[in-house]
Design a binder for this molecule. Sequence first.
Ligand SMILES: [Zn+2]
Length: 93
Amino acid sequence: MLGWRFRKSISLGRFFRINLSKKGVGASVGVPGFRIGVGADGKVRRTVSIPGTGLYKTEVLSKGASTSRACPECGKRVGAKDSYCRSCGARLE
Ligand SMILES: [Zn+2]
């Protein structure tokens, strides 16, 4: 069994899909040949494929949610759980 990974997809309607994996739950929307979605790791990915060929490529459009927050005042990166910006002291949502 070594090397096996669990992965399951549930289709909701024509374009929406829920992806279940060991890491958690992700979701994506798309049409044959093009999908965009959020993975269980919080990263947004765009997948372009050629239907019927099995060929596809995936691009990560953003980093995980925990690293993508920025201070609204100074624009510097802040931690996901920080209440105040460490650079300028602005209050964070
Ligand atoms: Zn700041």
